[in-house]
Write a protein that binds this ligand. Structure first.
Ligand SMILES: [Zn+2]
Length: 263
């Protein structure tokens, strides 16, 4: 977080700042070795007095957003941006719905950009009462492990090797027939995919699959590097393949297929 640019959203408008860091020149030997805790950090908005800060209209509770504009990278195939977890999921369902309006399919499809997933799957709980889903597909990121210091035993996903199908995380074991339908669809359409297995972490599916008497759910994601930091990186082909896969799965989910998931 140190030295990252941020925007504070105030009632008077956007205020820019930077997360302050002590120059190495005045750090003690001990301080240099220590990782600074977020609770000890502060945002410098360039003010020189308390009155100036007050005049900017900043109040406790104002949201703070990292600055990292969407940037196509040098390879031409990968993109960098902030908050891909889970803006990428929102982009995915928008593109899926754009495709579905032009095609025949047997469903009423809801795309939901849920709130507060990271702090307790809250929006997924409340929106399930509006949607009343027969099936839930959570559009997510996958954790890409093709970077230094990540062991193959921890995570295997690579950028450019296809969307991720989550076979287990801490919040859900998916409906196996739904999982198989997605895998079979990908195989038949020759869409590449990768499996993800996580000991920790959860997704909105963790809440949706517990709605009422239970809803078959699966998580499909785009492998992304550096998630939960200020900048993530993903591969365009993985994204396009995810759109293709989810669109095809929705088209196959007719009444008979949906009933067979839980019968
Ligand atoms: Zn996350």
């Amino acid at each position: 977080m140190l030295a990252q640019r941020v925007v504070i959203k105030t009632r008077k408008g956007d205020i820019w700042g930077i997360i302050g860091s002590k120059p190495p020149h005045i750090l003690t030997e001990e301080e240099r070795k220590k990782l600074q805790e977020p609770k000890d950090m502060y945002i410098d908005v360039g003010a020189t007095s308390a009155d100036e800060v007050k005049a900017l209209g900043i109040r406790p509770g104002d949201p703070i957003i990292p600055i990292c504009p969407f940037t196509p990278l040098g390879t031409g195939k990968t993109y960098m941006a902030k908050a891909l977890d889970d803006r990428l999921g929102c982009a995915l369902f928008i593109d899926v719905i754009k495709k579905l309006v032009r095609e025949k399919h047997p469903n009423t499809v809801f795309g939901v950009g849920t709130v507060q997933e990271e702090v307790g799957l809250r929006g997924a709980q409340t929106s399930s009462w509006i949607v009343e889903p027969d099936v839930g597909l959570t559009m997510e990121i996958g954790i890409a492990g093709d970077v230094p210091n990540v062991k193959k035993e921890e995570v295997q996903e690579k950028l450019g090797k296809g969307p991720v199908i989550v076979i287990r995380d801490a919040s859900m074991v998916p409906n196996l027939r739904l999982r198989d339908l997605v895998v079979t669809t990908a195989d038949e359409l020759k869409i590449p995919y990768q499996f993800e297995l996580l000991e920790g972490g959860g997704t909105d599916s963790g809440a949706i699959h517990l709605h009422r008497q239970g809803v078959p759910n699966l998580v499909i994601g785009v492998p992304t590097r550096h998630i939960h930091s200020h900048a993530g990186i993903f591969h365009r082909e993985d994204y396009d393949h995810a759109v293709k896969l989810v669109t095809a799965v929705v088209k196959r989910l007719d009444e008979e297929t949906v009933t067979s998931l839980t019968e």
